[in-house]
Design a protein around this ligand. Structure first.
Ligand SMILES: [Zn+2]
Ligand SMILES: [Zn+2]
Length: 169
């Protein structure tokens, strides 16, 4: 538990539920099953049962293609807890590998993680390259974060580059 290749600090960054684990009944560290993409629908799966493979998750083919279908990377990613995607899985890739999910950021998180305290400028730098051309107004996006939108942030395990993926509810 909490030793995932592409997911940092699972107890904080995974989306948890108070519903008892459907496999063992514990209420501790239960992933909200709605975010697990598998063959079955899940309600609540604790991290222990998740690690034991009781609720196997699948990586969509278009995400696997981003790492040229490398079996080890895909296995390591499917072992990670799910990011609470609002839309489809947009796991970013850098240096030929998946980014490490480091959390959902608020405006304050962007401010605190930027070098000059200017989170708004920082968002425009680290927003995923494929999302940048689709943004009509960065002001609107910035103001929507934590309200109508979520900003999921990833760090490249090789070069350290940060990538933010924003999705709207
Ligand atoms: Zn369990
Ligand atoms: Zn990189």
């Amino acid at each position: 538990m909490d030793n995932y290749k592409y997911f940092e600090n699972a107890k904080e960054n995974a989306y948890m539920t108070d519903t008892p684990c459907q496999f063992c009944g514990t209420t501790e560290n239960c992933l909200d099953g709605v975010f697990i993409e598998g063959d079955e629908d899940y309600e609540s799966v604790c991290l222990n049962c998740y690690d034991a493979g009781k609720a196997p998750s699948k990586i969509p083919p278009y995400v696997a293609e981003k790492v040229n279908n490398d079996p080890q990377k895909i296995k390591d990613l499917s072992d990670c807890p799910p990011v609470p995607w609002i839309q489809s899985n947009e796991w970013p890739v850098c240096c030929g590998d998946f980014g490490v999910f480091i959390g959902e950021w608020s405006n304050t998180d962007f401010d605190n993680n930027s070098e000059d305290g200017n989170g708004f400028g920082f968002l425009q730098v680290i927003l995923a390259d494929d999302q940048k051309p689709r943004v009509e107004s960065f002001e609107n996006l910035w103001n929507d974060i934590s309200f109508e939108a979520a900003a999921f942030v990833f760090r490249c395990p090789h070069c350290g580059k940060l990538t933010a993926v924003c999705q709207y509810y």
